[in-house]
Write a protein that binds this ligand. Structure first.
Ligand code: TA6
Length: 291
């Protein structure tokens, strides 16, 4: 569908427009009294959300690529149907295919609360995937996977949310104190719950076995970002720190202090199995409070 077709069908006066974005990729641009936001058709990718009165909540690298077949670095990449490296194919792209392909717009609605967009795509022959996102005073993102194949199938999924923080050295994450985690920097070794909030002083890459909310306490900017979720049994917490940031061409060497990933996921031992014809969903809700 062309840009003009999209605007004829889905634009909503004053609050929702489709425009050429970075790299010429088409994005939905939300300008609502409650919040502003952006969502690319590429990857069904939420790239910005800023509730009224707050700084931007999602982080985006200044070095991100915006090209078909390449991931966008920042916002909320969708990892599907696998997370990280594909176990049986080292040549497969990291975090699966969903974030690399073009999605279509299914629907757009607007009301006093905000703007809701739904996009969808097909991944492999049997998955129909939709991403329904409400940009309002809170951000709500629902990933739905329908198995249109003839057999049960197992997949991993994550909403790989990049959050903007004032200074990672002065940030901490609460809500995961009682959750054991798999340390991705140590071959996913299982580490017992620490009983403490998560603080950051080096590269951190952990898959917490956790199905509840988490809160990013941002001491530098005096705000808290609450990440609620449903139908997710793992929470991934990641900051690349100095060396890994320097190794990533689409990540500025000096950007790591300003971001933190808290990802709604179902990965590894907590992957998902869906029967033929079954529809499964996972949701992330984000809200911000000034401290
Ligand atoms: O979610 C954390 C993680 O799995 C890290 O290991 C790091 O690789 C990050 O995802 C980014 O992955 P990407 O493939 O987008 O570079």
């Amino acid at each position: 569908m062309t840009l003009d077709d999209l605007n004829v069908r889905f634009a909503r006066p004053d609050v929702l427009q489709f425009e050429p974005g970075e790299g010429g990729l088409i994005r939905a641009v939300i300008r609502h009294p409650a919040a502003t936001g952006e969502m690319y058709l590429h990857g069904g990718h939420v790239s910005a959300w800023q509730p009224r009165g707050q700084r931007p909540v999602l982080w985006m690298s200044q070095r991100s690529q915006f090209e078909p077949g390449k991931p966008i670095r920042g916002g909320v990449p969708l990892c599907f149907p696998w997370f990280g490296a594909k176990p049986d194919d080292p040549t497969a792209p990291s975090h699966g295919l969903a974030r690399l392909v073009a999605w279509e717009v299914d629907s757009a609605t607007a009301d006093d609360r905000g703007v809701t967009l739904q996009m969808s795509t097909r991944v492999a022959p049997h998955y129909h995937v939709t991403h329904a996102v409400t940009f309002a005073a809170e951000l709500s993102m629902t990933l739905t996977v329908e198995n249109r194949g003839e057999a049960s199938t197992r997949f991993e999924a994550a909403q790989h949310s990049y959050f903007a923080v004032g200074d990672i050295h002065r940030a901490l994450v609460t809500g995961l104190e009682q959750a054991p985690f798999l340390d991705q920097l140590a071959g996913r070794q299982r580490i017992p719950a620490t009983g403490e909030p998560i603080t950051f002083s080096s590269e951190t890459d952990r898959i917490y076995l956790h199905d509840g909310p988490a809160v990013i306490e941002d001491g530098a900017w005096g705000r808290a970002i609450r990440v609620e979720k449903a139908h997710s049994r793992a929470t991934v917490v990641w900051n690349p720190w100095i060396a890994k940031a320097a190794r990533m061409p689409d990540f500025g060497d000096d950007e790591w202090p300003g971001m933190l990933c808290v990802e709604t996921a179902n990965v590894g031992e907590r992957a998902v199995t869906v029967a033929p014809g079954e529809r499964w969903w996972m949701r992330t809700g984000v809200s911000v409070a000034t401290r």
